[in-house]
Design a protein around this ligand. Structure first.
Ligand code: DGL
Length: 263
């Protein structure tokens, strides 16, 4: 495999761009190819088998395009499908999981909250991780039903979004959490709204930077890190409309292309 080949990234939609931004910040010379499977979002309400099938479809498109490593920039796809993907394809995969460990290590109130999709919260992988780290800590799990479709629409300050989020945060406030883990790659786009709705002592944790560091480490280990100072190209594909991707990636306009296509 070629060091100059792109990193492949997929998500059920636009949310994985929050991970792409971290990867691009850490590895600016790496080429990337991103699939936003927005037509099939939200994955979080689907059965495990369907999530596996969709993840395989995305993986095969990225493999056909010559990607050297694949980042599953979706908690729902990681927690439900990454073991299948690793068993099926001979390429390194990086996944994203809710960052329970740092929250569990840092909490003073011994109470943390997790906002994630139904698919993530009901997965075996999530249960295993939370049992491992949440020793004696109260975990308030909340399913963010309806948040992903609203984020997909691109209005990150709508009254509908605000109201829904407020309802989801309330049980966490009642449980006196001091850390809230974002267990969905779409949710970092809610951070400004959450900061308005939450007392400032509550820390919001997402996994984007950790995924970028892990991507770098795995590329290094597999001798796949690009060592050349090139001006990298970034291709984004969506199977619905380009407008939300354009909005979220505005600041990168000069170095990215966004295409709508069937997949
Ligand atoms: N970004 C996906 C995740 O991290 C959203 C899941 C969905 O489509 O429901 O879980």
């Amino acid at each position: 495999m070629n060091r100059l080949a792109p990193i492949g990234i997929f998500d059920s939609g636009v949310g994985g761009t929050s991970i792409w931004k971290e990867i691009h910040r850490l590895l600016p010379y790496e080429r990337t190819m991103y699939l936003a499977d927005s037509r099939n979002a939200p994955y979080g309400e689907r059965k495990r088998e369907e999530i596996i099938q969709l993840s395989k479809k995305n993986t095969e498109l990225l493999l056909d395009a010559g990607c050297k490593l694949i980042v599953v920039a979706c908690n729902t796809a990681t927690t439900n499908a990454i073991s299948e993907l690793r068993a099926t394809y001979d390429i390194p995969f990086i996944g994203i999981e809710p960052a329970i460990k740092p929250a569990a290590l840092q909490t003073h109130t011994r109470s943390i909250g997790i906002l994630a999709t139904k698919g993530t919260l009901s997965s075996d992988l999530f249960h295993k991780t939370s049992e491992l780290f949440a020793n004696g800590i109260r975990i308030t799990e909340v399913i963010g039903k309806g948040l992903v479709p609203l984020i997909e629409q691109g209005d990150l300050d709508s009254s509908e979004l605000r109201e829904l989020l407020q309802n989801y945060l309330q049980p966490m406030l009642d449980a006196k959490v001091d850390h809230i883990v974002l267990g969905c790659s779409h949710y970092p786009y809610l951070i400004p709204l959450m900061q308005e709705l939450l007392p400032k002592e509550i820390k919001i944790i997402d996994s984007g930077a950790a995924v970028a560091r892990q991507t770098k480490a795995v590329l290094e280990k597999n001798e796949l890190l690009n060592l050349e100072d090139i001006s990298a190209t970034h291709q984004f594909y969506t199977n619905t409309s380009a407008s939300t991707l354009q909005k979220l990636l505005q600041e990168f306009n000069e170095s990215i292309s966004i295409e709508v296509r069937e997949f």
